[in-house]
Design a protein around this ligand. Structure first.
Ligand SMILES: C[S@@+](CC[C@H](N)C(=O)[O-])C[C@H]1O[C@@H](n2cnc3c(N)ncnc32)[C@H](O)[C@@H]1O
Length: 324
């Protein structure tokens, strides 16, 4: 079957660890039942060419899989067409057999802000909530992670991941088609839990933090990345409707509010690693994401404001753990 071997490999990995409570979510029938499994169609199309490649992969700032010489001209064209059909590519960049996918986000910029400051990932089992197409999961493997499990409910991003994964059968980065709240009917012991760019999309940020807590080993570390605004502790911005064109933003906390949310949910060792202003150097329209991007969400006459008149996007990375 389409993903049988991948799921089997994942099952073997989690059965020997403290993550076995995740086993029901690796069940093939449940997995391919999501969206009637249509997110796997591009992968099936690509499976026609996958047997011809030689794996030569590097998971640096650019996730590079294979070389151009690995594919003949006709196979290269099939791959190119399939990757084009998978647009928009929001997270990346990737290079597949010499096809450079210049994604909307230069994700390596976010990664560089945190990787040297968090607890080492070598040997760790990691949960990446809202993993998108799995870009950061590959970076976690580059840093030595033993296993990365992503959670991603958006089917087009799942399609991208599982198409890429076809070429990486020995790589322990997996993206499951579930929301965090779907899997937190049980508790888990991940060594590191990432939630990046998710909490402001949640209607209940406190529940999101409590669900993240349920996934973390007592000795583990949480990495939470979000939009934030200036303001006193207790303050957060709830947009009237849209924020920088996005219609799914609910709460943007101040730094103090975010720290307080974490503390009230039982986290300790709460430390801010980085704050940054998001610019069009990092997030912009490209050939592979041809739709509106950050530039269209900002006030043309004053980049400090969004088109709705709110403070323009700034992001914060914060770490926390459960033991004192
Ligand atoms: C803004 S993107 C961030 C992607 C990536 N983590 C990053 O930092 O660039 C937010 C992602 O979270 C996903 N997401 C939203 N709600 C979620 C939930 N309840 N559980 C898991 N993922 C969720 C979205 O589908 C989307 O891919």
């Amino acid at each position: 079957m389409k993903v049988n071997n991948d799921l089997k490999r994942l099952q073997d990995k989690i059965s020997e660890s403290k993550l076995s409570a995740l086993e029901p979510f690796t069940n093939q029938a449940k997995f391919v039942g999501v969206g009637q499994g249509r997110f796997l169609t591009p992968r099936e199309e690509l499976s026609k060419i996958s047997r011809n490649y030689t794996a030569n992969n590097t998971f640096g700032d650019l996730i590079e899989i294979g070389n151009k010489n690995d594919l003949d001209k006709s196979l290269y064209k099939i791959l190119y067409d399939q990757l084009e059909k998978l647009k928009p590519w929001r997270k990346g960049p990737f290079s597949l057999f010499g096809i450079h996918i210049d994604s909307e986000w230069k994700c390596h910029m976010k990664w560089a802000r945190l990787i040297k400051q968090i607890r080492p990932l070598a040997g760790k089992r990691i949960l990446d909530v809202g993993s998108g197409n799995g870009y950061f999961g590959f970076r976690m493997l580059e840093a030595g992670a033993n296993l990365v499990i992503g959670l991603e409910p958006h089917l087009p991003y799942l399609s991208q991941f599982w198409a890429i994964k076809l070429f990486l059968p020995q790589t322990d980065n997996y993206v499951l088609p579930y929301r965090l709240e779907d899997v937190t009917t049980s508790s888990y012991c991940f060594d590191t839990v990432f939630s990046m760019g998710v909490i402001y999309h949640r209607r209940s940020p406190i529940d999101h933090i409590l669900q993240l807590k349920k996934c973390l080993a007592p000795t583990g570390q949480l990495i939470l990345e979000t939009l934030f605004v200036d303001g006193p502790t207790g303050f957060c911005l709830m947009p009237r409707k849209n924020y920088a064109r996005m219609n799914n933003v609910w709460f943007i906390p101040s730094r103090g509010t975010l720290e307080q949310w974490l503390a009230r949910c039982g986290f300790n060792n709460i430390n801010v690693l980085d704050t940054s202003t998001t610019t069009t150097l990092e997030q912009r329209k490209t050939k592979w994401m041809p739709f509106d991007s950050l530039g269209e969400g900002l006030d043309r006459s004053n980049n400090a404001l969004t088109i709705e008149g709110y403070p323009s996007p700034r992001r914060i990375i914060i770490v926390a753990s459960l033991n004192g």
